[in-house]
Design a protein around this ligand. Structure first.
Ligand code: PEP
Ligand code: MN
Length: 333
């Protein structure tokens, strides 16, 4: 349920309302906007009489929220969530470029790519240290050494780091990481989501390959309900009957998720297509559709990449793409 207050509500009456809701064990999440304050009520609101609240002088309107996700709901929080990380902002209309190799392979590789993508306009370095591979025999990432090299790349370039966490027990290893990625395969790892809810670290939450928008928003809700407001939604393609592309990129998710939720929406055209030749056009389409950011796999030597080479673009291709992305965003403004 949401309660929309009139402008400048009487403080005594407001406190009275809050006390009354507290007695009913209802959690209240206020959102204070420039002209309006919205109280999001979470809990068993079946005993809350809408007419009684509507009749209060300070109340403009009361609405029941049907969707099971509350904190993630645009109705609870009408303005866009903007997440500040390492001098860059994600959400609210900017197009954040996150780029880097699927996996960290060496100090020279990660620092070289970090410098190149930064020069081209990326403001977040993304690289995998722990890799969730389909095969247990495939390269599993450099792991702790990979984290150390990512931190070295941050030191060298100033770029904040985004890397994937696979399990709640790994949290202490990620203390210095700026953005924690939850991979598609872990989108419904609820114990991980709960643990992330207890931190205040930005979380890039990837959509599971067979998950609906509501599933994704419910997973975001786990993190938000724990008290961590810094969630970024990421579409990385879903499984369909098409086999030419690795996955099927669902670009309708951008306007859909932005209607349903206030959280930033980032698109990953690399995993969505699995083909480097398709990455630029899908990235441009995502930018045109209003994505808040892109996460793109960039490798200095794609044919020899230890992971996801066929979908990785070169630093030169990334630079060319970044220029076109700026032109798309300018054309839309
Ligand atoms: C990745 O980002 O390298 C990755 C494994 O992504 P996803 O979880 O989307 O498959
Ligand atoms: Mn990858």
């Amino acid at each position: 349920m949401i309660v929309i207050l009139k402008e400048h509500p009487d403080e005594r009456q407001m406190q009275h309302l809050l006390d009354w809701l507290k007695e009913k064990h209802i959690e209240v999440h206020p959102t204070v906007g420039a002209h309006q304050t919205i109280l999001g009520l979470i809990g068993d609101t079946s005993s809350v009489d809408i007419d009684l609240i509507s009749a209060l002088d300070i109340v403009e309107d009361v609405k029941r929220v049907q969707e099971p996700y509350k904190n993630a709901n645009r109705k609870f929080h009408p303005s866009d969530t903007v997440i500040s990380v390492g001098g860059t902002q994600i959400g609210g209309g900017s197009l954040t470029l996150m780029a880097g190799p699927c996996s960290v392979e060496s100090e020279e590789q990660i620092i070289g790519i970090a410098r190149a993508v930064k020069a081209a306009g990326a403001t977040v370095l993304r690289g995998g240290a722990f890799k969730p591979r389909t095969s247990p025999y495939a390269f599993q990432g450099m792991q702790i050494e990979g984290i150390r090299l990512l931190l070295k790349a941050r030191e060298a370039t100033g770029l904040p780091i985004c890397t994937e966490i696979m399990d709640a027990s790994q949290l202490p290893l990620f203390e210095d990481i700026d953005i924690l990625q939850v991979g598609a395969r872990n989108m419904q790892n609820f114990s991980l989501l709960k643990a992330l809810g207890k931190t205040r670290k930005p979380v890039l939450l990837k959509r599971g390959m067979a998950c609906s928008y509501q599933d994704l928003l419910m997973s975001a809700e786990y993190i938000l309900a724990g008290g961590n407001p810094n969630v970024i939604l990421c579409e990385r393609g879903i499984r369909t009957f098409e086999t030419y592309t690795r996955n099927t990129l669902d670009l309708a998710c951008i306007p859909s998720l932005k209607t349903l939720s206030h959280l930033p929406v980032v698109i990953d055209p690399s995993h969505a297509t699995g083909r480097s030749a398709l990455v630029p056009s899908m990235a441009l389409a995502a930018a045109a559709a209003g994505a808040d950011g892109l996460i793109i796999e960039v490798h200095n030597d794609p044919p020899h990449a230890k992971c996801d080479g066929p979908q990785s673009i070169t630093p030169a291709a990334f630079e060319e793409l970044a220029g076109k992305l700026r032109a798309v965003r300018e054309a839309l403004q």
